[in-house]
Design a binder for this molecule. Sequence first.
Ligand code: FPP
Length: 259
Amino acid sequence: MATQDTVEDTVEAAETAEQSSEAKYPPLENPPYHVGIIMDGNGRWAKERGKHRLEGHKAGTENLRRILEASVEFGVKMLTIYAFSTENWKRPPMEVQGLMRILENVIDRELMDLHKNGVQLRHIGQLDRIDPSLRQKVLDAIELTKNNDRLILNVAFNYGGRAEIVHAVRRMIEDNVRPEDVSEELLSQYMYTAGSPDPDLIIRTSGEFRTSNFLIWQAAYAEYYITETYWPDFGKDEYYQALRAFSQRERRFGGVKNP
Ligand code: FPP
């Protein structure tokens, strides 16, 4: 005979799950506020399984959902993901179209859930080369979620760090900024990330030791965590390890210890 769960059973089960997660992932004393992720290795993940590269990107997208949930649980407040770089246009047209479709599917299928869960979506990069209907979906998603504050998710899409700096300088010139008024603080205000704190931690999967034009201005003092794991396999356990490694590091921002 099937047992009928009571409300008490359900609450108890949820509490037990929460307690066991706390035992496995004790709260971090000093979690990074802003984490950037270079989600690399989707192609190799797919190749090793005899699948098309796009299958790797799909698996990477599913992993993103896990990492979003874990970010909330572990106390990360801002996540910036490198989803499509200005250099990615050089990939085969089918892969480029596939990545565009993935962004569209994420908005179509996940937006309401993200919104319900208090995720604020933002975009960094240039939307001009993106198909107008997708561009509009991105703008609508940003508008819908703009007051959410549980987690800020910056999607770097058609993003490049050098292009961002060029864009910022152009806008400063258009605004007739005088040379003597140019400062690091002012330039930061002309970046796509204006008003956001710099990333504390950048995670790069699949073992490459490169910045690949990701947040090159903002990551000047970021800590890096590089792992051999391909992005689709970078799960909650390893994410926690990365955050814990960060929380144990001592950041001096170019200064000295106990001056
Ligand atoms: C790098 O792996 C990954 C990308 C260029 C795309 C990352 C995109 C996703 C995970 C989808 C999530 C996206 C959105 C739009 C929310 P690679 O293809 O360079 O891997 P490889 O180096 O093994 O070939």
